[in-house]
Design a protein around this ligand. Structure first.
Ligand code: AP5
Length: 195
């Protein structure tokens, strides 16, 4: 099973991706996590990506698609994988189509998590509070100003993927305003209907 999670920052992509990864036994490929790992390790990609991520912009399509292309070749992706945060632009979506076609693989479903914008800001603030309470480090791009910028980038560059995947008959909208458990149940139902 190959699937994509689409949705604005804070919509719950990471939360639901973990649920699917554990219940379906496929890896969660989060480009945000991969890039943060590269930043922390100060790799050449990480050094390039840091400033872009800190201001809420998108890292270049070529860099991100390169990371994904390498990752999906790994053996744990053989039974399938879940893309969390990729693709984020139309060129990335086209690059993914090419990668999958070359590998003779097929994207099965794109789940779009729909959440109201003000609820997203509340969730961001909760995540910051929870991270601080647990003694963790708050993400450099998790502050209200950068978050608003990430929302704007989502509207301009990522939202066009909704009609793109709708046109391919792959898009399923999920009500992301429900509780975490209810959202998981909606997703489970969509995935069960595929098999
Ligand atoms: P990335 O790491 O992908 O961040 P994001 O898309 O902005 O998403 P978030 O991780 O903030 O939110 P989420 O939807 O995963 O929500 P979560 O489950 O955490 O990207 C970061 C940056 O990396 C980008 O800005 C860009 O610079 C770069 N990047 C990444 N991919 C790229 C790409 N493909 N191309 C170019 N650049 C790229 O939930 C949020 C909070 O809400 C949590 O506290 C959670 O507990 C809570 N919550 C979740 N669900 C619910 C619910 N149903 N009800 C109440 N609370 C909930």
């Amino acid at each position: 099973m190959i699937l994509i999670f689409l949705g604005p920052p804070g919509a719950g992509k990471g939360t639901q991706a973990q649920h699917i990864a554990s219940t379906r036994g496929i890896p969660q490929l989060s480009t945000g996590d991969m890039l943060r790992g590269a930043v922390a390790a100060e790799t050449p990609i990480g050094l390039k990506a840091k400033a872009v991520m800190d201001r809420g912009d998108l890292v270049s399509d070529d860099i991100v698609a390169g990371i994904v292309a390498e990752r999906i070749e790994e053996p744990d992706c053989e039974p399938g994988f879940l893309l969390d945060g990729f693709p984020r632009t139309l060129p990335q979506a086209e690059m993914l189509d090419e990668l999958l076609e070359r590998a003779g693989r097929k994207l099965e479903i794109v789940l779009e998590l729909q959440v109201d914008e003000e609820a997203l800001v509340d969730r961001l603030n909760s995540r910051i509070a929870e991270t601080k309470a647990a003694g963790g480090e708050v993400r450099a791009d998790d502050n209200e100003e950068t978050f608003r910028k990430r929302l704007e980038v989502y509207r301009e560059q990522t939202a066009p993927l909704i009609p793109y995947y709708e046109g391919k008959g792959l898009l399923k909208a999920v009500d992301g305003m429900a509780t975490i458990q209810e959202v998981s149940a909606q997703i489970d139902k969509e995935l069960d209907s595929l098999s």
